[in-house]
Design a protein around this ligand. Structure first.
Ligand code: PMP
Length: 292
């Protein structure tokens, strides 16, 4: 699914076949989650693939690396250019791109200076599918930002996301919604959260969430359309009575939510301002082809 016999990945300055690439089983990242990564999408456009918000994603990758004390040798521009080359070498335009910065052999918890980078791309449908999601408030909460830099995309953080996803699926839901350590709504396991009430778009304030690039994009589009956006801390109770709600993320794109804890939203998704934003997103991702 992620690669076949022909797929090429970027690994530490070389282009190698995915099936032949090797990593050290004593990698500190494999054992303890001390890597950083990104999830990026490219869309086919009339001018070839458009890597959506490429610069923003690589800026966040460098930020995450810094938070983990990982020294990066690649610049944002180099990473963007490598991404276009990766798509070209694999002859794909509509793709999900996964850069991962991982560390070499070290079974101690001390800083590892041996740094590696890989980048792969594959074709991937929207992460949550097309149907509105039945969501449950998770029994797991997002990690306290005093215990980990929660605003960085660090591999180990995703244990929390996997536990919440598994719980939701086990209980018959499509997706989880996690609260923060103060009891406010935070985000999904791999996506940011929005709801619309009385014509106002609400999303959790920064602090306990990953500052999503899609989240910022949706806020930008909403402001462009003249819809008020409020970033604040709110409880699950405040969502009740909302018109609609949705998740945003690079893999997820924009996924509508039909209910949370079996409480249904009032409006049909297609009759909400969120749907307008969804259409705007769909249209924009295929344009503004930028190669740095
Ligand atoms: N929150 C979490 C925990 C995520 O993993 C993601 C996906 N990167 C997001 C939010 C959405 O971020 P983005 O829009 O930048 O993909």
């Amino acid at each position: 699914m992620y690669y076949n016999k022909e797929s090429i990945i970027y690994l530490d300055g070389e282009w190698v076949k995915a099936i032949e690439a090797k990593i050290d089983l004593f990698s500190q990242t494999l054992h303890y989650g001390s890597g950083v990564f990104e999830g990026i999408r490219a869309y086919d456009s009339s001018a070839g693939p458009n890597v959506f918000k490429a610069k923003e994603h690589y800026e966040r990758l460098l930020y995450s690396a810094k938070k983990m004390g990982i020294n990066m040798t690649h610049t944002v521009n180099e990473l963007v250019n490598l991404t276009y080359e990766l798509l070209d070498r694999n002859n794909i335009s509509d793709a999900y791109i996964r850069p991962l910065v991982f560390l070499g052999a070290n079974m101690k918890l001390a800083k590892t200076f041996d740094t590696h980078i890989m980048m792969a791309a594959w074709e991937w449908e929207p992460y949550s599918g097309e149907d509105p999601l039945r969501v449950m408030v998770s029994s797991f909460e997002r990690p306290n930002p005093k215990s980990v830099p929660i605003d960085a995309k660090i591999s180990g953080h995703y244990i929390n996301s996997i536990l919440a996803t598994n719980e939701a699926k086990r209980l018959g839901y499509d997706e989880a919604l996690l609260l923060d350590s103060n009891g406010y709504v935070a985000e999904g396991p791999g996506a940011n959260f929005f709801f619309v009430k009385d014509g106002i778009i609400y999303t959790p304030a920064l602090g306990n969430i990953l500052p999503g690039i899609t989240r910022a994009t949706i806020i930008e589009y909403a402001m462009e359309l003249g819809y008020p956006v409020v970033e604040k801390f709110f409880t699950f109770d405040e969502i009740k009575g909302a018109e609609t709600a949705f998740f945003t993320g690079t893999a997820t794109e924009i996924a509508s939510i039909s209910s949370i804890n079996d409480i249904k939203f009032e409006k049909d998704w297609k009759e909400t301002i969120a749907y307008e934003l969804f259409l705007m997103y769909r249209q924009r991702v295929n344009s503004n082809h930028v190669v740095l």
